[in-house]
Design a protein around this ligand. Structure first.
Ligand code: MLT
Ligand code: MN
Ligand code: ZN
Length: 306
């Protein structure tokens, strides 16, 4: 099984088009040593090199596909090696790229929970819009943790766990989140039994997810914010990280403390990194601390083989 990071940044990307925070201004000017990153998405393949699942569809999807020739196997006039799509929530950064995939020659198999399906047919009815183009072959993700497989992605088994978080502002559940608004995915190579846990939005550590993380070969978890009040201190928002469904890395009970407790040998990767996060600056003390604790920061094009 291979996981390719298509976009390692949170909503807005890095640099964000209208942002002049230290990181965004610095990377634009070349005064901060950091890689630009597109918005949040990974792709997963099993035995078949031409069978990928796309997990989340970022508004940057066309650039992400172009950056990797493996997605264009060239077998027919219209072709692509993505055989199915999985959504962990209905947020803008994870779904609006679907508009860019409307030229598909067959309805897209899209795996999502009922609450995400409601977000994407009511609050932000993107799946209805796709119905006027390629169409959608919706596959239901249940909340009981049953496994599922994606046609074309051979030898890979999937399981979804609801996690604490927040649905998008246009969600019918925005003020009263329900299980299924946000998911962690447990992705298993059926041959080796090795698993990856992917949770780009994790508002708080959750028992079931924690148990899965402890037996995973690799965890790819919420790397959005360094501090809980990052956006408030910057004057960019009135909300804390935890209020919008993202557990910060630093401080008591933060993500780094949790990651410290994982068995030695677990590969630990922070993903869905907001442009304001100091870990993006390769020369920052926070980046050094993350590295010292054996944690990697995902970048576009990073590949993980399990
Ligand atoms: C989030 O993860 O909190 C959202 O995706 C932010 C956004 O895209 O606006
Ligand atoms: Mn997001
Ligand atoms: Zn910024």
């Amino acid at each position: 099984m291979k996981i390719r990071v298509l976009g390692a940044a949170a909503g807005g990307g890095f640099p964000q088009w209208n942002c002049n925070c230290r990181n965004c201004a610095g990377v634009r000017a070349g005064t901060v040593r950091a890689r630009a990153r597109t918005q949040s998405s990974i792709a997963v393949r099993g035995r078949d090199a031409a069978g990928w699942a796309l997990v989340n569809v970022s508004p940057d999807i066309t650039a992400q596909l172009q950056a990797n020739p493996a997605f264009q196997p060239g077998r027919s006039l219209r072709d692509c090696s993505i055989t199915g799509i999985v959504l962990v929530d209905g947020q803008v950064d994870h779904t609006t790229g679907l508009y860019m995939l409307r030229e598909s020659t067959r309805p897209w198999p899209i795996w999502c929970t009922d609450s995400t399906y409601a977000d994407l047919t009511r609050g932000n009815p993107i799946l209805n819009v796709l119905g006027h183009f390629c169409g959608v072959d919706r596959r239901r993700i249940d909340l009981e943790g049953n496994t599922f497989e994606i046609e074309g992605v051979s030898g890979v088994q999937w399981r979804a766990l609801p996690v604490p978080g927040k649905p998008a502002p246009y969600s019918p559940n925005r003020e009263s989140p329900v299980p299924g608004d946000n998911l962690a995915l447990v992705i298993t190579d059926k041959e080796t039994g090795r698993t990856a846990v992917y949770a780009p939005g994790l508002g708080a550590m959750d028992d079931r997810v924690w148990r899965q993380m402890q037996s995973a070969a690799c965890v790819m978890v919420d790397g959005t914010f360094w501090t809980d009040d990052e956006m408030i201190r910057l004057g960019a928002s009135k909300k804390h990280a935890r209020d919008i469904g993202h557990l910060p890395q630093s401080g008591a009970g933060g993500m780094l403390e949790w990651l410290d407790e994982l068995p030695a040998g677990t590969r630990k990767v922070l993903i869905h990194v907001n442009n304001t996060n100091p870990i993006l600056d390769q020369d920052s003390e926070q980046a050094a601390e993350v590295a010292r604790r054996g944690v990697e920061v995902a970048w576009d094009g990073m590949e993980i083989e399990l």
